[in-house]
Write a protein that binds this ligand. Sequence first.
Ligand SMILES: *[C@@H]1O[C@H](CO)[C@@H](O)[C@H](O)[C@H]1NC(C)=O
Ligand SMILES: *[C@@H]1O[C@H](CO)[C@@H](O)[C@H](O)[C@H]1NC(C)=O
Ligand SMILES: *[C@@H]1O[C@H](CO)[C@@H](O)[C@H](O)[C@H]1NC(C)=O
Length: 490
Amino acid sequence: MFARSSHTLLLALPLLSCVAAGSIVRVPRSPAKTNNSIVQLFEWPWDSVASECTSFLGPLGMDSLKKLYNFSSVTGDQWWTDYQPVSYILTSKRGNREQFASMVSTCSDAGVGIIVDVVLNHMTAGKGTGFAGSSYSKYNYPAVPYTASQFHYCAGAVAADISDYNNITNVRFCELDSLSDLAQGQPEVQASIAGYLKDLMSLGVTGFRVDASKHMEPEDLATIFSTVGGSPYYTQEVPRGGASTPAQYTSNGDVIEFGATAYAMNSFLGNSGATVSNMVTPDPMGPSWDLLDSNKANYIMANQDTERGTTSLNSNSPNNAYTLSAIFMLGFNYGTPTVYSGYDFTNFDIGAPQDSAGNTNKVTCFSNGFRCEHRWTAIANMNLFHNAVGTAKLTNVFVGTPQQVAFGRGSVGFLVINNDANTWSETWKTSLPAGTYCDVIHDTDSDPKTCSGTTYDVSSDGTFTASVSAYDALALYSGSSFYFLGSQRL
Ligand SMILES: *[C@@H]1O[C@H](CO)[C@@H](O)[C@H](O)[C@H]1NC(C)=O
Ligand SMILES: *[C@@H]1O[C@H](CO)[C@@H](O)[C@H](O)[C@H]1NC(C)=O
Ligand SMILES: *[C@@H]1O[C@H](CO)[C@@H](O)[C@H](O)[C@H]1NC(C)=O
């Protein structure tokens, strides 16, 4: 049986697009891009996602992303088994096809779209029996079916792992961690993949996170997407580095901008002189940052790969940096943000908590390993801030120390981030209408009409005065009415 060594994976992380695992991300609720935020509910079972859509994500205005397969090429409790399909049948550790369909429809009724994390680049390695019973061996997947002539083998040379990221043929036609590499240029392969995506859309799915896009030809993806038709949201996984680059994929849809994630990490940790204020001024994540244009970028705070590596902040980062960076992501006007919602793990490989039959346990936020970042007060309420400010321009930028920055979003919202060891006391000028505002970062009240955070009075000249503690934040927006059902993690 094939087993991925965590050592290999760790080394591979900076360059490989890697195994993404059974995830849920929240997606724009209509097929067209809405600019709403997304939440990735990593490894959540489908019934739990459905409940979360009704009880929390819908009321909060978030969309969700989920993954499916009948693979578990490797049966086991490792999270990365999710990224090794052996068929396109919708049965997995997270539930069966009926549960999947029910999740999509329940979420849709709650106003939440489902974006599926799909693995189109490769199948698995090794041989065995998939989670739901289909047999397979490397280069042979009868349940699709795929046979030996439908793989790349390093462009017809000899099958081998990717060895040269500066050789675009090597990156796209050789194997990612020995996983058999599908030949997406072949019409029959295109038809199988398009059939899979169309099947998902027939169940009401509104978008796709395309795993390991970096390792496929963008033109082949374009052909497949065009066969699929409709207007699903596409976000493609293309880590930076080497000859296969994010810009080559933007004509197909959004691209996950790992550069923004890394800049946020370096800025919040103060690595090599990077600072949070520099993300906002003088060039607010503009041309000098060498990032994708905002309207093509999917800005993630972290994901299942980066939280296990060194390319993003994670829940163990010091000084609230993980939460503060999520607040920044949701408050700033760059890209389509994705909130990551994971589970606690004690070693690299371990998957979400599961029963003896290998089915992922029902999620109970904050009590059985699931962290539920999307329910943390500051993150949940900043999602509402994000949707309220929409595309309003950046205004009233104010810098304290290099790690203290405040800015407005048009006349709708104002955010203060104090990523510094000292309290920041200031009178800020905003473009908000005069009135009394709730600091939503600390509003833990579940009643939308009341504020358990501090309230601030913005005067007729747009100013207000506050003291923001070390490594804390403050956010005001007009029309705020939210509630919160989770735990305080800042
Ligand atoms: C999303 O934001 C872009 C600007 O980045 C804007 O042009 C577009 O109209 C917005 N879409 C919606 C549905 O609001
Ligand atoms: C899983 O795949 C196998 C082989 O294609 C199929 O026979 C089986 O019915 C599937 N299981 C479920 C529960 O869908
Ligand atoms: C690029 O990679 C392919 C596949 O491994 C190989 O056949 C080819 O020789 C490489 N080209 C160069 C210039 O190294």
